[in-house]
Structure formats: structure tokens, C-alpha cells
Design a protein around this ligand. Structure first.
Ligand code: SAM
Length: 479
């Protein structure tokens, strides 16, 4: 599928990844904490017994700085920080336990970063056991963690496996020395091979890799080397992310020489060619930026239209309540979002006095709930049916854009809804954007000058990534 260069040029602007709606830039500072607590309590009472709850733990430390990285991280080689941090998370958890009237049933647990494997196996054990003691583990639980291939040891994997973890995601990004030097992340292939092999030997059911296209000095040949090298280890699932170059939000990206970045057209070629190599080798494209083997549950969920999307990107199980613990972590009750303080100092200050560290968030309106459903439908199913009760709003904001996107070949519009075309699946965030009333109103108010992820709106706000809850870039260029 060739995408016309003029269309690419037109659509080459930062667009949210829609791991939440409304997206983080539209949340409010100074969250009303009593209202957040009651939203949490209510949702917990509804979800816990019937389906269980999801937890996300954000462990921000990394030993060295990867300059492309858009996640909330703290660089240090001092491992003494582990103790204070794990005590802080356990204290935050204790405060939430006081809002629960029955022991929590943990269905999903994801640990992201930063580099969670910065923590020693013993400290990970103390942290996870501290959370699980006093909780009930759901019989169909799914526990997963992000690991760095350079520092994930056999002991880490054995400890995690004993605690119930069966999925691990390794950050690979690119396998070429030239690109690794340009992004300052040197990672020998042997480390990836060892970490993958050991995870399998110890009984992990699934290994994911994260790759990025659009990095400095990436060429088609180098991408081919990365993809073929990665799939020689047969990961069950690959995230193939578009490099989000947002130096106004992530200072370290200013160290990247922009002349080394591929152009919009080259970036799209990298994506299209990468997709071809992946699909020729048995990986199916799932929604935006994910590929999976037919044996992976993400593939089955995509096939059966049961895919979900949250801060971690696509997931197969979604409970009605996601609680994020740790610096910058995001929680989602379905009706409200809250994000913890993004600085370690602020986070420690709040939890040390037995408080919650939530600082900003958002309570969804009836309109948000309807437009969020459209965005999730498009991202997870590739189609949506219009809610006619909102015809006037759709006519004012969304339909004019959808008509234009239809003439650009991204979708087929019907009286009652839309279905994405092949091109639309590649560029689906643009279709989601037509339902993003917050962004559209903001753009209109600013005379279409810039979208809200511009310098002033988000200065100093690192995207939290899959990419994670609080891990993962919120914005990336359209392609
Ligand atoms: C929180 S990071 C965890 C990676 C893991 N700690 C490691 O270093 O191996 C999760 C993923 O976000 C993706 N990511 C980080 N910064 C990005 C950016 N600027 N653009 C696109 N993807 C990015 C990377 O693929 C990364 O593996």
C-alpha cells in the first residue's frame, strides 16, 4: 500500500496516541482529591468482586540515559534509592487499601519504567510480595514487566516467575551499532538473545519486544537487520513505535542531531517496509503499532473484537479500575483519571505523610464518555457507529473532518458510522483526532495555530509510556 507523499506531508503533524481520552494535556491541575477518592471507592466496589482490579507500578530509575526516551525516568547509579522508593510505593498502597472495604482482587499487574530491572531481585520480591500480601490473586491473573536486556538477570526472571509473572517486554529499539550510538543505548544482541532464552527456559509464556522506527541514522537496510534479527528470536508480540521527537518536552532529545532523522516520507517507508517484513514472517498487525503471532492473545482479541486500549497501549484484559502507583503513575476509574506527582520529591513528600500523591486528573463528562467510545472503537476495531443523540456535535466538529479524510482515502463514511480503509488503519490516529473535541476546540480557539502539545502547553511534561500506564509517549508524529 503506497501512501501519496502529498497526503503524508499534509498529515505529518503531532497527533496523540490516544492511550486516554481526554488526553493528558487536557487534564486539570489541583485535582479535587476527596472527589477522586469517592470515584475510586465507588468503582472499586463495582469492579472488585466481579472482575478484579488492575495495578500499574512505575519504577522510574535507569542507570544511564537513552536520549530518545520519552518516559518518566530518573537516571542514577546509586542503588540505595531502591529502598526509599519501595517503601514509598508500599505506603501509597496502604493509603489506597484504606479506601477498599474488601481485600483487592488483583487481576492485572504491570510494572513499567524507567527500568524496572534496575531494582534487585530481592527488592522486586519485597515490593511485589508487599502488594500481594493481603490481596487475592485472581485465578486468571496477568502479570507483566518491562525489562532491559542489558540488566535482566536469570535471578530477576526466576523471582518474577515465582511471583506469577508470565509476560516480559524487552526494550530493543534498534539492533544497529550506528543507531544505538546515535540514541546512546548500546545493547549487544547477545544480551537480548540471553534474556529472551532465559525467560523462556524459566517458563515465561510470552516475550514482547519494543522496536522504534524513525530513529536517527535508521535506513531501510538497518531496519531490516533490526526486524530480521529480532524475529529470529521469535518474540510473541512486537510493538513497532513511531519515534516521538518532542525535544520541547524531553530535553535529552535535543542531543539528537535532527539532520540524522528520516524525513516524513522516509519514515513512512520505514514503517511500511517494516510492516511488510513482519507480516511476511507471520506477525499480524494489531490496531496501531502492534504486531503479534497468531498464538498471542492480542491477536485472538483483535480477531474477536475484544481488544482494549489503555495507558499501556493495547491489552486483552481490561478491568473497570486501573490503579497506578509510583511517581507519575496514572489511575483510571472509567469515569475519572488521576496522575501522581511527576517529580520524585513531590511524590515522596505526599506519601510520607500518608497522603495520596495525585496532583492532576480529569472527571469525564457525558460528552467525553461518548467521544471516548468512538476513539476506542476506531483504535481497537477499525470502525464505529455514531451516537445519534450527539448528531449536532458530530455535525459541527467531526463530520467535516471525516468527509475530508474519506476523500483522502482513509475511511468509508456511512449514514450510521465509518470503517477504516487500509491507509486509514496505518494513519488511524488522524481519524481518532476527528472525535477529539478537546483538541479540536483548542485548535479553533488558537486559530489552528498549533496543537496543544506545543511548547508552552506541555513544557517539562514528560510523556508518561506502554509504553506504558505511566510509561510511554503520549504524542508522536503522525507517522
Ligand atoms: C518505559 S520504556 C521501557 C523500556 C525499558 N526500560 C528498557 O529500557 O529496555 C517503554 C518503551 O517506550 C518506547 N519509547 C520510549 N521513548 C520513545 C519515543 N520517544 N518514541 C517512541 N517510543 C518510545 C520504547 O520502545 C520503550 O521500550
Amino acid at each position: 500500500m503506497e501512501i501519496n507523499p502529498a497526503l503524508l506531508q499534509k498529515l505529518n503533524q503531532p497527533v496523540p496516541r490516544y492511550t486516554s481520552y481526554p488526553t493528558v494535556p487536557f487534564w486539570k491541575e489541583n485535582l479535587d482529591i476527596p472527589r477522586w477518592k469517592s470515584s475510586f471507592r465507588e468503582r472499586f466496589a463495582e469492579c472488585n468482586a466481579s472482575e478484579g482490579i488492575s495495578l500499574y507500578l512505575h519504577l522510574p530509575f535507569c542507570e544511564s540515559l537513552c536520549i530518545y526516551c520519552g518516559c518518566n525516568k530518573k537516571i542514577t547509579t546509586n542503588h540505595k534509592v531502591e529502598e526509599e522508593y519501595l517503601q514509598a510505593i508500599l505506603s501509597e498502597w496502604k493509603t489506597y487499601l484504606e479506601l477498599m472495604d474488601t481485600p483487592p482482587v488483583i487481576r492485572e499487574l504491570h510494572i513499567g519504567g524507567g527500568t524496572p530491572t534496575f531494582f534487585s531481585p530481592d527488592n522486586l520480591d519485597r515490593l511485589i510480595s508487599g502488594i500481594l500480601s493481603g490481596s487475592v490473586v485472581h485465578p486468571e491473573h496477568a502479570f507483566s514487566i518491562e525489562g532491559h536486556p542489558n540488566n535482566t538477570t536469570r535471578e530477576h526472571l526466576a523471582t518474577l516467575h515465582r511471583l506469577g509473572f508470565r509476560r516480559i517486554s524487552y526494550g530493543v529499539q534498534d539492533l544497529n551499532k550506528e543507531v544505538q550510538q546515535a540514541i546512546r543505548r548500546i545493547q549487544p544482541f547477545d544480551n537480548l538473545r540471553r534474556a529472551t532464552g532465559e525467560a523462556r527456559e524459566l517458563g515465561f509464556a510470552a516475550v514482547n519486544f519494543d522496536l522504534i522506527y524513525g530513529l536517527p541514522l535508521q535506513t531501510l537496510d538497518r531496519l531490516q537487520h533490526t526486524i530480521l534479527g529480532s524475529i529470529s528470536l521469535r518474540p510473541d508480540r512486537l510493538a513497532f513505535y513511531s519515534y516521538a521527537h518532542t525535544p520541547w518536552m524531553n530535553c535529552s532529545q535535543r542531543l539528537i542531531n535532527e539532520l540524522d532523522l528520516p524525513s516524513a516520507t522516509q519514515k513512512m517507508e520505514l514503517y511500511e517496509q517494516g510492516k511488510r517484513w513482519l507480516t511476511e514472517n507471520g506477525y499480524s498487525n494489531i490496531g496501531m503499532d502492534h504486531f503479534a503471532l497468531p498464538t498471542d492473545e492480542l491477536y485472538t482479541a483483535w480477531q474477536s473484537n475484544t481488544l482494549h486500549r489503555n495507558f499501556m497501549g493495547y491489552t486483552t484484559q481490561a478491568t473497570g479500575l486501573m490503579l497506578g502507583l509510583g511517581v507519575s503513575a496514572i489511575s483510571d476509574t472509567g469515569l475519572a483519571f488521576a496522575q501522581n506527582d511527576k517529580t520524585l520529591e513531590g511524590y515522596y513528600r505526599a506519601v510520607s505523610v500518608g497522603g495520596l500523591a495525585v496532583t492532576r486528573g480529569y472527571f469525564l463528562t457525558a460528552e467525553d464518555l461518548v467521544f471516548r467510545r468512538h476513539i476506542l472503537d476506531i483504535a481497537c476495531k477499525g470502525s464505529t457507529i455514531f451516537d445519534r443523540a450527539w448528531s449536532a456535535t458530530l455535525e459541527e466538529w467531526t463530520l467535516p473532518l471525516l468527509r475530508e479524510l474519506e476523500s483522502d482515502g482513509l475511511l468509508v463514511l456511512r449514514e450510521d458510522g465509518l470503517t477504516l480503509s487500509g491507509t486509514g488503519r496505518t494513519l488511524l490516529r488522524h481519524v481518532c483526532k476527528a472525535f477529539d473535541l478537546h483538541l479540536l476546540r483548542d485548535e479553533r480557539a488558537r486559530g489552528n495555530a498549533s496543537i496543544r502539545c506545543g511548547k508552552s502547553a506541555l513544557a517539562g511534561a514528560p510523556p508518561s509510556p506502554n509504553p506504558p500506564s505511566s510509561s510511554g509517549p503520549q504524542f508522536s508524529n503522525a507517522i
